[in-house]
Design a protein around this ligand. Sequence first.
Ligand code: PLP
Length: 386
Amino acid sequence: MNEARRTPGFETLAIHAGQDPDPTTGAVVPPIHLATTYAQDDVGSHRGFEYSRSGNPTRAVLETALATLEGAPYGFAFASGMAAEDAVLRTLAPGDHVVIPNDAYGGTYRLVARVHHAQGIAFSPVELSDASAVAGSIGPRTRLVWVETPSNPLLQVADVAALAELAHSRGALLVVDNTFATPYLQQPLSLGADVVVHSTTKYLGGHSDVVGGFVATSDEAIAERIGFLQNATGAVPGPFDCYLVLRGLKTLAVRLDRQCQSALAVARFLEAHEKVARVRYPGLESHPGHDLAKAQMRDFGAMVSFTLRGGEPAALDVAASTGIFTLAESLGAVESLIEHPARMTHLSAAGSALEVDPALVRLSVGLETLEDLIDDLDRALGSIRS
Ligand code: PLP
């Protein structure tokens, strides 16, 4: 007689969902299937795979695993986060309108403003924490409300459940870029979102060695269209890349537990420092979205942004003076990174409504010894010349 079993927890699913031992060999790690084509038993009769752009067994394992972690019935892996976002935006038709956050990732802004806008998609950048501004920006042709929470690089927190309700009441779908939080910290579909996008390059891969993207959805019609676009446009990840993301997923929870703990300590250190004007970290009580983040997230993430009293010159000094925090774009991996968004990741938003304060510095807190990280920042802040 079967005993009732508890639902597997996140860590169990991250290691096992879709990842049963290989039926032919018993290998406990999904094989990397390099074949581009698959023998057919008869014309039109195959064993689930025909051609590797349309479907690949290693990619299928990743798609099952990550969709399961997002609580999604459908998931599609892409060659990059931008390719995943592009697929979602390609579901729109000329004349349609999308609401985007006024502090969206610079690449998202560029994709909407300089690629899809040129193809006839209208857009409005809006402050997502201002419900009446969001409501006012939704028109009869609005198809998508695009959310990033916590946002990049300002770490603003948006109310996913409230925005989903608002979008749905006006006939639009809610898309959440869950790159900063990951499904371990936040599950947008369970809060009412329709589509989740990821740059798997970040926490999901977790080791700065793979570029990838993902779309998860609970909407059957969207899933059908995204699946079509994945094959038709062909921006698919290679099997080795899929393997690397799968490998990263298995340790996501333990990595993030430690990274969140260190990020809070780093944020508290910065908040007490005389050269720092303002720290943006949702885990600080001073953060305007702290209570909301506490309600919709398991923990507050490992990204910390701060502005310097000395403005841009001080920000550039700090970014160039750390030793353990590496000056580099990207985020979410085991090594800590520092960057200057206005001149690096968000340069593509210069001169737009999404332009970033040049006094801002962004940190991705990694897994090094906490005391070393704080020491490193202390020294860098001490090097400010002005
Ligand atoms: N979304 C967010 C929040 C990001 O930070 C990034 C990249 O930095 C992307 C999407 C794009 O992902 P990728 O670089 O994998 O194309």
